[in-house]
Design a protein around this ligand. Structure first.
Ligand SMILES: [Ca+2]
Length: 486
């Protein structure tokens, strides 16, 4: 930690209070963006995201941020409440199940608490929860997934069509909110639909990367050997499920050619989408600069879940494997003095709400299951910081088929979701990933040190028996810690 950060941290700890001026909060979230798709993570030679990178350069980049349940609606509920799905009530995507799943209205959320503390609160863009937003002075959301061009928005309860491209419109709304509430303190939840499928870029970006061949992931032609559930997840195959998205897909291609064609197209379209997000983020960061609010604004940029960008031949998310589990997270708050930090501690999307409240100088309610990231930012990580992460994905086929939760008792029912990913829970430590597909009582164990691509399931192997026993114990401990015994 540099001297300034140390003095600031020490001073704050001694006084037990936040800086005298409450910070503004800018919480930015994209939909399905991965760490590969933010250039500050150093793993992409094609896509450049200068404004996202700026947040990291002037703040901190988190290299091990994991989600609790890699799916849109559950993640969004987790971000708001700081809780796991079994606490907040959103287990799966909600558009077909709003009669069944409700975000527990009694739970505190960071926007509600900030608003009660005198903040002006705004929400712009993607929402994707079955209930209307609560705790916002001004909210303008896409209904459900929304569309990219001339989308309908629900503007403070009233639905209307708005001409233009969703990413631009979301930003126009964000800037309108800021110009009205600039007197501060304010909290703006600014959430993009992009780069979610159908990955449609703005026309001005449609030709970017035209001459480039995006490199193929090492596992592009994985045969899913040793991983039973992965082998059965046929709908995760990008050439199976995305083929119908492209009327201009040339006919008469071999399967290999077709898979490569779709891969190039969908990945480039995602990059084009992200260029649009980055450009628009630049407008908002520019507003902070122009209005003298950069120093006093906490900026958090993340994504609701990771994504398979051709790894294992897949698209989409859901599985607890690394590309889906891990999300980008960058955070800037100049008043705390950290700059260009890279943080490797294991953090989770249950930590976002506690962090926001803590940085705003507000108490974190006991319902929230995460912890403030502030001590990691100020170079003083607590000795008991987490060394394992708990994950829980819920198959939602029982709801899609109008059945009760006990439908899972039928072993033939496990893979009837649109993506055929069975429910599972697991634990990620610095070295291992243990996954339990509990309907089948099927286990996977990966040694992420010797097998970072997670191709070799070593569950049941004698040489890993001791590690497996310990990880199973840790999984049970985490279920107790988070109260997930339903
Ligand atoms: Ca998502």
């Amino acid at each position: 930690m540099n001297r300034r950060a140390f003095l600031l941290a020490a001073g704050l700890a001694a006084c037990g209070r936040a800086p005298s001026r409450r910070p503004n909060i800018l919480f930015v979230m994209t939909d399905d963006q991965t760490v590969l798709e933010m250039s500050c993570y150093g793993r992409n030679t094609i896509l450049k995201t200068p404004h996202m990178d700026r947040i990291a350069a002037e703040g901190a980049r988190f290299d091990n941020c994991f989600v609790t349940n890699s799916l849109c609606a559950p993640s969004r509920a987790t971000v708001l409440t700081g809780c796991y799905s079994h606490v907040h009530g959103i287990y799966g995507n909600s558009e077909k199940r709003d009669a069944i799943e409700t975000l527990d209205p009694s739970l505190p959320t960071f926007p509600k608490l900030l608003r009660e503390a005198g903040y002006r609160t705004g929400l712009m863009g993607k929402w994707h929860l079955p209930q209307n937003p609560a705790g916002f002075d001004d909210w303008r959301i896409l209904p459900g997934q929304g569309v990219y061009f001339d989308p309908d928005f629900i503007v403070n309860g009233e639905r209307r069509k708005v001409p233009g491209y969703a990413t631009d419109i979301t930003t126009d709304f964000a800037l309108e909110f800021l110009s009205v509430h600039a007197a501060a303190p304010w909290c703006l939840v600014y959430q993009h639909k992009s780069p979610h499928r159908p990955f449609t870029p703005a026309p001005r970006h449609a030709d970017l990367f035209g001459d480039v061949e995006v490199p193929y992931p090492e596992t592009f032609n994985d045969d899913h050997g040793t991983r039973k559930v992965a082998a059965e997840a046929e709908d995760m195959q990008l050439d199976v499920s995305l083929a119908g998205d492209y009327p201009d897909l040339p006919p008469n291609l071999s399967r290999e050619e077709r898979k490569k064609w779709i891969y190039q197209r969908f990945v480039k379209d995602r990059y084009r989408n992200i260029v649009g997000v980055d450009e628009n983020l630049g407008r908002v960061l520019g507003w902070l600069d122009d209005n003298g609010q950069t120093e006093d604004t906490v900026v958090i940029f993340t994504s609701d879940n990771g994504y398979f960008l051709g790894e294992y031949g897949w698209y989409d998310k859901r599985f607890m494997y690394e590309p889906s589990l891990r999300v980008p997270l960058v955070l800037r708050y100049p008043r705390l003095g950290f700059r260009g930090e890279i943080i490797e501690r294991m953090v989770s999307n249950i930590d976002f709400a506690p962090t926001i409240l803590d940085l705003a100088g507000l108490p974190v309610p006991e319902t929230m299951q995460g912890r403030s990231l502030r001590p990691l930012l100020t170079g003083a990580p607590p000795a008991d910081w987490r060394t394992s992460h708990y994950y829980a994905y819920y198959d939602n086929s029982w709801a899609l088929h109008g059945l009760g939760k006990d439908a899972h008792a039928d072993p033939n029912f496990a893979y009837l979701t649109p993506h055929r990913v069975g429910p599972h829970r697991g634990v990620r430590t610095s070295r291992y990933t243990l996954i339990h597909y509990y309907n089948d009582d099927y286990w996977e164990l990966f040694d992420n040190e010797s097998d970072p691509q997670q191709l070799r399931n070593v569950a049941g192997m004698p040489s890993y028996a001791a590690a497996e026993t310990e990880l199973k114990r840790e999984l049970e401990r985490l279920r107790d810690q988070y109260g997930d015994r339903g």
